[in-house]
Write a protein that binds this ligand. Structure first.
Ligand code: ADP
Length: 249
């Protein structure tokens, strides 16, 4: 089986700003990869590149063995964006409708929600523990509930790969922990490959199986255990800070 993602020699820039230089790595099926690094280290640029949204200058990306320019099976890729302030309180869509939008993306014209789609939506809401919210207006929900709705929308197509960009930034610690637990369950029980972008390198070892550390180039990729003994990371953080991150687990 080819890797889920293979990136080789990727260079991306905005005008004179080099956002990413010579980035190469692979993500295997079933991996749970955390992408970490300071602000401005190129994390969002990498995500955009993986989703085919930014054109980088050089390098190659393959998804499920297909070069990105030829990849069309976007239903197998779920994406949970960073910005959750999508819904103002008068946005007139129910939870079921918002989750249904995830299915429409993969349909040809005419885009209609079928009976099968409805049962898929209901099943996904059930699995995410928000079936009781299905008729509620999205704008009336709490941040944590909205986040679950957006995760349901990303999962309703049963993607093989799910990419999440700083998904917990707006959540309180308790809701954030519950959200991470849900992601772990999705990875373990469904075998969904996860890529979680976060600036929070101190907590990701709790959930992700691998860690990719970016700082405009790839500084480290490996397991959390390897991260803790990596000379590259000692060089980057200093021994004390690395110890601090690793001791938290
Ligand atoms: P991160 O997600 O790690 O915070 P980004 O990928 O957003 O990093 O940004 C990487 C670098 O590229 C930063 O220096 C940022 O200022 C720059 N950058 C990002 N997006 C743009 C853009 N649309 N136009 C110009 N520069 C950008």
């Amino acid at each position: 089986m080819p890797p889920v993602i293979e990136v080789s020699g990727l260079y991306c820039r905005y005008g004179m700003t080099h956002a990413l230089s010579d980035v190469s790595f692979a993500v295997e099926a079933g991996d749970y990869l955390a992408v970490v690094g300071p602000n401005g280290s190129g994390k969002s640029t990498l995500v955009k590149a993986l989703l085919g949204l930014s054109s980088c200058d050089e390098g190659e990306i393959t998804l499920f063995g297909t070069p990105l320019p030829e990849f069309t099976d976007w239903r197998t890729v779920g994406y949970l964006p960073q910005n959750l302030n999508l819904f103002n309180p008068i946005f007139p869509a129910t939870v079921s409708e918002v989750v249904g939008l995830g299915l429409l993306a993969g349909k040809r014209f005419p885009k209609r929600i079928s009976r099968d789609d409805k049962s898929r939506i209901a099943e996904t809401l059930e699995q995410m523990g928000i079936a009781d919210l299905r008729h509620r207006l999205i704008g009336d929900l709490s941040g944590g509930q909205q986040q679950r709705v957006m995760l349901s929308r990303a999962l309703v197509n049963q993607p093989k790969l799910l990419i999440l960009d700083e998904p917990t930034a707006a959540l309180d610690p308790e809701t954030r922990d519950r959200f991470y637990a849900l992601l772990t369950e999705i990875n373990r029980n469904r075998g969904t490959t996860l890529i979680l972008v976060t600036h929070d390198s101190a907590t990701v070892g709790n959930c992700a199986s691998k860690l990719l550390y970016l700082d405009k180039k790839l500084i480290f990729i490996g397991t959390f255990q390897e991260f803790c003994v990596s000379p590259e990371m000692t060089g980057h953080f200093g021994g004390a800070a690395q110890h601090q991150i690793c001791r938290l687990h």
